[in-house]
Ligand binder design. Structure first.
Ligand SMILES: CC(C)(COP(=O)(O)OP(=O)(O)OC[C@H]1O[C@@H](n2cnc3c(N)ncnc32)[C@H](O)[C@@H]1OP(=O)(O)O)[C@@H](O)C(=O)NCCC(=O)NCCS
Length: 237
């Protein structure tokens, strides 16, 4: 699920920022951005209740497991818990497993494995922040002509390693760009290490163009590309 960040997400976002990027910031920096630009601070969360609520059987089973404080369940345990026959218990677990398997990887919530001759079904629903993006509004000279414009600046974006290449980065970036567009920005800008091909590719895919190289932009001396995307809005500041 992609949603607006809340204050409770900040520790997880800071942790993600530390593991994914060399550019780290103090807590106050994250808090200020959230307070000032709440619509431009977006997180991706794994295994949302929203996804589960589409299947009442899955949701009920998960509620039951949570009530019983169970991380895994077997057909036999479910029989006892629900006071049902073996076949019915097996069918229910397999149905929920099938449903889970139809979801894209970050949103899968159930898996099956074998242990000591038993089929164990594991609940993997703990909500977890797997990506974030934070941006701010700025104004300055346009990259496309001599005029003063309102800009949206992508300050930081990262997706947790195991969840990369599944569209999460694109989803949070697109939501942030849309929100900044609604705020009447006519240009969206960002800096990216010239060696960060993964990030550059996704920015290019979403319409960003490199307008210049900023020598020694990063604290370790690395160069950055300044990339800009025109939103199509004419609003000038
Ligand atoms: C840059 C970053 C945020 C991209 O996040 P991501 O979630 O991997 O991005 P996406 O999955 O949306 O897109 C990345 C690639 O995966 C592909 N992809 C998307 N969904 C896919 C899927 N279901 N299966 C396979 N590949 C998929 C995309 O097409 C894209 O590949 P392409 O550019 O070759 O077309 C991530 O690599 C990251 O956190 N890097 C470290 C931090 C960083 O560098 N931040 C940027 C600083 S400027």
């Amino acid at each position: 699920m992609v949603r607006f960040a809340e204050e409770k997400d900040i520790p997880a976002v800071m942790e993600l920022n530390k593991t994914c990027l060399p550019e780290n910031y103090p807590e106050i920096f994250f808090k200020e951005l959230l307070l000032t630009y709440p619509k431009f601070f977006i997180v991706a969360e794994k295994n949302s209740e929203t996804v589960l609520s589409e299947d009442p059987e899955a949701l009920n089973l998960i509620k039951l497991m949570r009530e019983e404080d169970l991380k895994t369940i077997t057909v036999e345990e479910l029989m006892d818990l629900k006071n049902i026959e073996y076949d019915e218990s097996k069918m229910l677990l397999e149905k929920v497993l099938n449903y889970s398997d139809t979801l894209t990887p970050p949103f899968k919530f159930f898996k099956k494995y074998y242990e000591n001759g038993l089929s164990k079904y594991e609940l993997i629903t703990d909500p977890k922040i797997i990506g974030y993006i934070m941006c701010r509004l700025e104004s300055g000279i346009s990259s496309f002509g001599f005029k003063w414009v309102k800009k949206g600046h992508v300050v930081s974006i990262a997706v947790d390693h195991p969840y990369r290449k599944q569209g999460v980065g694109q989803a949070i970036l697109l939501k942030a760009l849309k929100e900044m567009e609604k705020a009447n920005t006519s240009e969206q800008v960002l800096e990216v290490r010239t060696s960060n091909y993964e990030a550059i590719r996704i920015y290019e895919k979403l319409g960003f163009k490199t307008v210049k190289t900023i020598k020694g932009y990063y604290h370790d001396g690395a160069d950055a590309y300044l990339m800009v995307r025109a939103t199509g809005r004419k609003n000038e500041n």
